[in-house]
Design a protein. Structure first.
Length: 476
């Protein structure tokens, strides 16, 4: 045939690129690597099972057409899927799956309670002393997908959420674990998944619960000697959405109860959606068997929205609320309010309130005056990017070298110092720090912090670096 796997795939990409949106192409096709070509069978490597399922569900026709265009009728595609085993101490390995020949994900082999009679189970959502009411899903109808603006910072989590709502329990991302900082949309996305799942599957029981409420219910159940009823109630839910699961940290009894609930639901193929402010590996005082289960499915993070996304969020809110606002004012807010979506919407509400209460026109002067405190606070917040640039400027090292794989001593030292100060001055998780500074893992960040601490005690020159940088960062 004379063609290599690389050439065939490159030609396929040219065709695919012309037939889908640029962002979709970058997200779902650029990470793919051609592996081998044997007669009319092309093997491609995808980063995860999530990628495989997404391609098969959304782009299989496009893939088939592009492949047949290159290899002729009867061309076939085989996926080589990277199975990441780093958390279990084993090396990653790959599995090969032919296209359009998916098998349903097998349930985990775990112990679970026997089926129970739902009529005898007490509902922890019923307030004692009040008339018993039929449980609802505890979902906020305003927090739907229509109001959740897609952007680069949330695309993976949103796409996964839509897939889960379409086929709860039928994808490989079970549980779906969504994590990110304050005000980035975790709770909104959790509600949106629940609402769309209810719409798609009206026969299924969907339940949203905050972890704080779950803990309180468990305490009440133990106090009234109804622990088993509490566990059995949750084991009947088809789609369980649990918000802020990191609050289980240090709660041994509640963790034990949730472990049994999780096992039972997962074995039945019921969907579990969890949100947290940090990735599973960074949650302290959590049983290892629970951490392990949190990583069974897909972990997707929500990042700080970029300028275009912030602008889209503001325009959506303005249009939804029927407000007229000059474009320059919307752009000013989007450029200056950066930390999270909550502050972004709060700043817009403040401007509208000031104009309405004082019966003034919304002008750029009014906007600047109203947002002075918001912007001041935003600028005082130290970011990982700011720390990284400051360290690079201090050592006169290009930032792209710190981001590279180089092991040169001076670059490694700058990278470690950037990681150390990012951990000290930001609320970012170790994984988030590592991904933004050289695309390293959380273990590398932990090692960097220990190295800096040790050298500060034993090396006088190095201690001077740390003190200088500490002064520069703290002074802003």
């Amino acid at each position: 045939m004379g063609k290599s796997a690389e050439i065939v795939w490159s030609n396929c990409l040219e065709f695919i690129k012309d037939n889908i949106q640029e962002q979709a192409f970058k997200t779902w096709f650029l990470p793919i690597q051609p592996v081998k070509l044997q007669e009319k069978v092309l093997t491609i490597q995808v980063p995860s099972k999530f990628f495989f399922e997404w391609l098969e569900e959304h782009y299989i026709k496009l893939l088939k057409v592009s492949l047949e265009k290159e290899l002729g009728k009867g061309a076939k595609l085989v996926y080589s899927i990277v199975m990441d085993q780093k958390y279990s101490g084993k090396d990653p390995y790959t599995v090969k799956i032919p296209s359009s020949n998916r098998e349903k994900v097998q349930p985990q082999e775990v112990d679970a309670p026997m089926p129970i009679d739902s009529k005898k189970v007490k509902n922890p959502f019923i307030i004692p002393g009040l008339q018993k009411i039929k449980i609802d899903s505890q979902l906020n109808v305003n927090l739907n997908f229509n109001n959740f603006i897609e952007g680069e910072s949330n695309r993976l989590a949103r796409s996964a959420g839509k897939a889960v709502a379409k086929r709860p329990g039928g994808t490989s991302f079970n549980p779906l674990y969504i994590y990110g900082g304050v005000g980035l949309g975790k709770t909104h996305l959790a509600h949106a998944i629940g609402l769309e799942a209810k719409e798609n599957h009206p026969d299924k029981t969907v339940l949203y619960v905050s972890t704080e409420k779950f803990i309180q219910q468990f305490i009440d159940a133990v106090t009234s000697n109804n622990r088993n009823d509490f566990i059995h109630f949750y084991q009947m839910i088809d789609i369980l959405i649990m918000d802020d699961v990191h609050f289980l940290s240090g709660k041994k009894g509640t963790q034990e109860a949730f472990f049994h609930i999780f096992n039972h639901l997962h074995q039945k193929g019921n969907q579990i959606v969890l949100t947290s402010d940090k990735p599973p590996v960074d949650i302290q005082d959590m049983e290892q068997r629970l951490i392990s289960r949190f990583k069974w499915g897909l972990s997707a993070d929500l990042q700080v929205p970029d300028y275009d996304t912030r602008l889209a969020i503001l325009n959506h809110k303005i249009e939804k609320d029927g407000i007229e606002m000059p474009e320059e004012i919307v752009e000013y807010i989007a450029k200056n309010i950066k930390p999270n979506i909550r502050e972004l919407e709060g700043s817009l509400n403040s401007i509208i309130a000031q104009a309405t209460l004082n019966k003034k026109e919304i002008t750029i002067e009014l906007t600047k005056k109203t947002l002075a405190n918001f912007i001041g606070n935003s600028r005082k917040e130290i970011s990982i990017d700011y720390i990284q640039r400051l360290v690079c400027d201090y050592f006169k090292i290009p930032i792209d070298q710190v981001q590279s794989k180089t092991r040169k001593r001076d670059v490694v030292q700058a990278r470690q110092l950037a990681m150390y100060f990012a951990k000290k001055y930001t609320k970012a998780s170790l994984s988030s720090i590592g991904s933004q500074i050289g695309n390293r893992d959380h273990a590398t960040v932990l090692h960097a912090c220990k190295t800096v601490a040790n050298l500060s005690e034993t090396d006088r020159v190095f201690r001077g670096y740390v003190e200088d940088l500490n002064r520069k960062i703290s002074m802003g």
